[in-house]
Design a protein around this ligand. Structure first.
Ligand code: ZN
Length: 420
C-alpha cells in the first residue's frame, strides 16, 4: 500500500474511532474484510492450520493472528486502544447558574488546557434492558457538537497566561444547554433510538467519553504533519492492523490492541490481564510447544515517542532526541520502563536496514521520569522478548496531537518485513 493511500485511510480510521469500543469495532470489521475468522472466548475453538482468526474481549480489546502451525516464531505487535479523555460520571447532570452541565472524570494522563473552547461530542457504550428482559449493550456516537468547556476570559483572570491551573473537579465540566428541563435518561433513549434501538425498558449503565469534533487532517506546507485526537495510540493500532492484514497466513504474526494502557493496563481487557496469555494457550495447547513458541517469538510494542519540540529542546537528551519524519523510534530505558534489549533492537534494525528505512533512538533525560507502555508488562507476564518502538509525536495526550506523515508508513513496511 502506498503512503498516500495509507495516510488517507488513517485519517478515516481516526475520525471513526472516538472510543476503544469504536476502535475495536472498526478493527473487527477490517479483519472480517481481510478474511480473518471471528472467534468467541466463551465457545470451543477448533483452529485450522493455514487460517487467520480474530477475537475480542470486553468489546474494547482485540487480538488477530495467523495460524500456520508449521512456524511458531511469531512476530507479535502490541498496541493500545485507549486515549486520555473526559469520561462521564454515572450521575452526570449538574443544573446550576442557568445551564445544564456534565460532571466528568479525567481518564489517563490528560493534558487539560487544550480541552477548552472545543466543539465536543459524546460516544461510548450504554447498557439497557430490552423488551424481552435481556440486558443488552449498544455503542452510541452522537456525532454532533453537543457541549463545550468555555475558557475563563482573561479579563476575569489577569494571571491566566502565567499561572492558570485547571481543577479537575470544578473547571472542566462540559456545558450542554440553557434548557434546564433536560433529562439524562431521555437523552440516552434518543441516542439509542437514533441507532435503531426501540423498546428500551430501562437504561442501567453507561461508559461515555467526550471527544473533539474537529476531524483529523494533514497540516504543514507540504502536508508534513498529521493532526488528530488519539494519535496515541491509534497511529500504532492502524499500522499494526494493516501490517497483519497484508501478510499471508503462512507467516506467523499476531496483533493485539489492549484497552486501559493509559491507566496502567491492570484490567480484564488490559495488557496486564490474561487476554493474550489465554489466547496463546488456546493456540498452543501442548505446554512444551507453548513455551517454545513464547521463547521463539518477538513482540514489538508500538506506542508513541516524544519528538524533540523545537521550542523546548532542553527537554530531551541531545543524543536521543527523535525528529518528526525521520523514522521509527527505538525506545530504551535502563530501568526497564521500556523492554528493548540489544538482541531485539538488532533484529529490528537489521530489517529496517534491509528495507532502507531510517530509525532513531529515544532515551529520556536522566534527570526526568520516564513513561512506560505495554512492552515491559507483556515481556514480564509472558516471557516474550520485546522491543519498544514508537512514532515521533508532539503534544502527546493533548486533545489534538501531531505526528509526521512519513513515519507511520515506514513502521508499516518494517513490521511486514520483520522476522522473529
Ligand atoms: Zn500510548
Amino acid at each position: 500500500m502506498n503512503k498516500q493511500d495509507f495516510n488517507e485511510g488513517l485519517l478515516g480510521f481516526l475520525d471513526a474511532s472516538p472510543t476503544p469500543l469504536h476502535v475495536t469495532q472498526n478493527m473487527a470489521m477490517m479483519f472480517e474484510n481481510a478474511g480473518f475468522i471471528k472467534l468467541n472466548e466463551v465457545e470451543k475453538w477448533e483452529l485450522q492450520a493455514g487460517q487467520k482468526y480474530y477475537v475480542t474481549r470486553s468489546d474494547s480489546s482485540i487480538i488477530a493472528f495467523t495460524y500456520p502451525k508449521t512456524d511458531n516464531r511469531y512476530v507479535m505487535i502490541g498496541t493500545h486502544t485507549d486515549s486520555p479523555n473526559l469520561k462521564l460520571k454515572p450521575n452526570p447532570v449538574i443544573k446550576e447558574h442557568g445551564v445544564v452541565k456534565f460532571g466528568v472524570e479525567s481518564y489517563g494522563g490528560l493534558l487539560l488546557n487544550p480541552w477548552f473552547d472545543r466543539d465536543l461530542s459524546l460516544a461510548g457504550r450504554v447498557s439497557y434492558l430490552d423488551a424481552e428482559n435481556k440486558i443488552q449493550n449498544a455503542l452510541i456516537n452522537v456525532q454532533k457538537p453537543i457541549a463545550v468547556i468555555p475558557s475563563l476570559a482573561i479579563h476575569l483572570d489577569d494571571k491566566a497566561n502565567k499561572e492558570r491551573t485547571v481543577n479537575k473537579q470544578t473547571d472542566i465540566c462540559p456545558i450542554l444547554s440553557t434548557n434546564e428541563d433536560f433529562e439524562f435518561d431521555e437523552f440516552l433513549a434518543w441516542q439509542l433510538e437514533a441507532n435503531g434501538i426501540q423498546n428500551v425498558q430501562k437504561i442501567y449503565a453507561h461508559e461515555l467519553s467526550f471527544y473533539d469534533m474537529q476531524k483529523a487532517s494533514f497540516v504543514g506546507l507540504r502536508n508534513d504533519f498529521i493532526a488528530s485526537a488519539r494519535l496515541d495510540n491509534l497511529l500504532s493500532c492502524y499500522t499494526g492492523m494493516l501490517s497483519i492484514c497484508s501478510v499471508t497466513a503462512d507467516k506467523a504474526m499476531l496483533f493485539i490492541a489492549s484497552d486501559h494502557e493509559e491507566v496502567g493496563s491492570e484490567s480484564v481487557s488490559g495488557a496486564g490481564g490474561s487476554f493474550l496469555e489465554n489466547t496463546l494457550h488456546r493456540m498452543f495447547d501442548d505446554y512444551e510447544e507453548y513455551i517454545q513458541m513464547l521463547r521463539s517469538s518477538l513482540m514489538v510494542s508500538a506506542d508513541n515517542a516524544h519528538a524533540i519540540h523545537p521550542n523546548y529542546p532542553a527537554k530531551h537528551d541531545a543524543n536521543h532526541a527523535p525528529h518528526i519524519n525521520k523514522g521509527v523510534v527505538i525506545k530504551v530505558n535502563a530501568n526497564q520502563r521500556y523492554a528493548s534489549s540489544a538482541t531485539t533492537i538488532s533484529k529490528f534494525m537489521n530489517t529496517a536496514a534491509a528495507l532502507g528505512e531510517p530509525l532513531q533512538h529515544f532515551v529520556t533525560r536522566s534527570d526526568m521520569g520516564c513513561g512506560s507502555t505495554i512492552g515491559p508488562i507483556t515481556a514480564a507476564r509472558l516471557g516474550i522478548d520485546t522491543i519498544d518502538v514508537g512514532l515521533p509525536t508532539w503534544a502527546m495526550h493533548s486533545i489534538r496531537e501531531l505526528a509526521g506523515s512519513d513515519d507511520a508508513h515506514s513502521l508499516y513496511k518494517i513490521l511486514t518485513g520483520l522476522q522473529a
